[in-house]
Unconditional design. Sequence first.
Length: 425
Amino acid sequence: CNHNAGSLFRISWHGMGSVAQTAAKFWHDAAVQKLTQKRSIQVPSGQHEQSKHISAIEELEREVKTKHRTMVEAINLNQNVYVLAKKSIMILEAVRKRMGQVDVNHGGATKKMKAMNKSEYGLGPRVLLWCSKELQRWAQSLQIIDDSGRPMSYTAQAYLNEKPEVCGETSWSPLDKKGCRTVFVQVSQQTRLRSIFMKNGLSQMNDDLIPKAVKNSRNHGDLWEKCPQWWGNNEDLDDCSPCKDDQDLLSGILNYGYSGFDEMLKEGGCFHKRIKGEKWYPSSDQSERGGLINASPPRTAVFTGGSVQQRVNQLTRELSALEDNADLLRLVNERSKRISAGDMGGTLRSENDTAGNKAVVQPVIDAFFKKSQKQEGSGNSVSDASVEVVDADDFQEDTTKRKNESMSDEQCAIISSPEEKHKAE
């Protein structure tokens, strides 16, 4: 993994804790402001109106208490990112278990493959399976594995069931099966896309992988239902690359997220000048290239995080497939080299044994699969999103030492994915 190439896209548990604390404080302050405004309103004269006014104030007071407890918990988690990491993995596993089964086509039927590509709003099932395995690797590193080998999935609701008296004082929200699937799909997409950008870097993504993903998506018959009319038309830009829009979209969605999509547009870039008065056409009016093939009346649309999610999912699916194929080819080549080296060593040993008439014990098979020496990441802390690189497997080795100690931010920095080392093993 080229850490320097993908350093722009790294995040840390400490950075995530800071975001959670900032968001919790924002919502708490907003609730306090609403309560203050409600109290400043003159109480109506009628008895019914007075009753409604008092009820509204009591509801806002309960909301402020709930938001305050949430803010306190976010502050505590930001101060102990090791606990934050554990809780994050457990709640994602709880969401995964409640979202239902992920169907994967093990055959070669073309129709089934196309149906798979359209599932999960264009993301397909394999990215979800990748995220499930990623959760398991993190759980092993954090030592939160249950007896079945899967990550533990405890949430606050499990404790609330044992203490119903505090249920009304705790903030929680139920998620049905559909809601859990929506959450897990988006988390899987963002996590997988970030891991690929981190591994390859922006230059290789723009020059090689994204153009290939766009081509494969087109060959698989993907259509973007809300494709803007100007998409792919970069003649008025300095960079006339046919994939320029897709490149900016993928990197932008990682830097800003879906919630920060409007902020990304305000910052400028190639999208800023072209979104005014935009139109989109039904998918039936798009050619295989994604362009328009007739002049049917356009429908007014807004270029938003919701409208681009289908396109991002499709490209993430294809990028993940390219990455899986590259990793498989690399492992096959490495295995071939090890086998060749092992055969050569055996031949030399046989010749020496014959000449010296000495007995030699052949090494066990594990000797050919020793872990390679880890390359330490940089420890320079520049910002919340650029801190010491600690792999999840290295994090596990140090767990016992840090178990009863209060850890500093640098000790708790957990960024990058454990995927690379796991595959190398």
